[in-house]
Design a protein around this ligand. Structure first.
Ligand SMILES: C[C@@]1(CC(=O)O)c2cc3[nH]c(cc4nc(cc5[nH]c(cc(n2)[C@H]1CCC(=O)O)[C@@](C)(CC(=O)O)[C@@H]5CCC(=O)O)C(CC(=O)O)=C4CCC(=O)O)c(CCC(=O)O)c3CC(=O)O
Ligand SMILES: NC(=O)C1=CN([C@@H]2O[C@H](COP(=O)(O)OP(=O)(O)OC[C@H]3O[C@@H](n4cnc5c(N)ncnc54)[C@H](O)[C@@H]3O)[C@@H](O)[C@H]2O)C=CC1
Length: 228
């Protein structure tokens, strides 16, 4: 299959960057939560005319969050490395995007994929392991479902595997190629297994082939139908 998702995946050390978040409402709180869940030490400056009380509460627990209660000014970009726009003003979002573009800052604009330089993802965490899912903006809901599936199916032991592998990795002698060979040998079992389709795989296949979608369409048609 050709590459249908040209997004470049990377894991940012957000704690090393100065984040500007514009908008302190529901969507602003969602963005802030996503940032702090992953990178709790991040310095975030939040500019907003009003702030949700829940957001104020989160901010009070994080010394590196600064709340500034006023409208956005272009000079706010001076101290930013990366920008999240999450207000209820689409015209403002376009202005922020244009100003950020001039300064070569990367921007995520809530609800407007066309204005985004990067997207957030659904994130699965098992200890040190982190899996990020992108649907190329096609269906964040499928991303969310896939996260739940991965959370259930990835074993808790994975974190221990990573710890053990780090120890082995640090003890291995020899050149790079030999190390890779040894590490591949130790972990061969993880990638092995004969062709087997789990019940979860079967369910995803049923959605893809439409049989579950038919059921879904039926359920939705029942939901939207007004009582006679
Ligand atoms: C492009 C992107 C840009 C970005 O926001 O970064 C974007 C855009 C939009 N989201 C919309 C709606 C919803 N977003 C969610 C949820 C999440 N959305 C996230 C990411 C992204 N959302 C980026 C692409 C990610 C990808 O490539 O898959 C997640 C993964 C990460 C996060 O936000 O932290 C998080 C799940 C986290 C988790 O739980 O695992 C839900 C479901 C829910 O909330 O339960 C809904 C409602 C149901 C639905 O629409 O599917 C709308 C329409 C708004 C409207 O209708 O007005 C747009 C705009 C548009 O599509 O035009
Ligand atoms: N709440 C949700 O889950 C969803 C919201 N949306 C859309 O996303 C947008 C934002 O939604 P919410 O966060 O719920 O709205 P909200 O009204 O809770 O928050 C908007 C925030 O932007 C701030 N703001 C407005 N103008 C500003 C300016 N010039 N400078 C700085 N801050 C400014 C406001 O003070 C407010 O805190 C809306 O357009 C909404 O339709 C779309 C889908 C879901």
């Amino acid at each position: 299959m050709p590459n249908q998702n040209p997004l470049f995946p990377a894991f940012l050390k957000l704690e090393n960057l100065r984040v500007l978040l514009v908008g302190g409402g529901n969507v602003g709180l969602e963005k802030l939560t996503a940032i702090l869940r992953n990178s709790p030490e991040t310095a975030v400056t939040i500019i907003s005319i009003t702030f949700l009380s829940e957001l104020r509460e989160v901010a009070s627990r994080h010394p590196r969050i600064q709340l500034i209660e006023r409208g956005w000014l272009e000079t706010d970009l001076d101290a930013a490395d990366i920008v999240f726009a999450a207000t209820d003003d689409p015209a403002l979002h376009r202005t922020i995007k244009a100003a950020a573009r001039q300064r070569r800052l990367l921007v995520n604009v809530a609800d407007t994929p066309a204005l985004c330089d990067f997207y957030l993802s659904s994130v699965v965490v098992k200890g040190q392991l982190k899996v990020a899912v992108s649907t190329n903006g096609k269906s964040p809901t499928v991303g969310k479902r896939l996260r739940a599936v991965l959370e259930d199916t990835l074993p808790e032991e994975l974190d221990e595997v990573l710890e053990q592998m780090t120890i082995i990795r640090n003890r291995l002698a020899g050149d790079f190629a030999n190390k890779v060979k040894s590490l591949n040998a130790v972990t061969a079992e993880l990638a092995g297994g004969k062709a087997y389709e789990s019940p979860a795989t079967k369910r995803w296949r049923r959605v893809a082939t439409g049989s579950l979608l038919a059921v879904g369409a039926f359920v939705v048609s029942r939901l939207v139908r007004r009582p006679e």
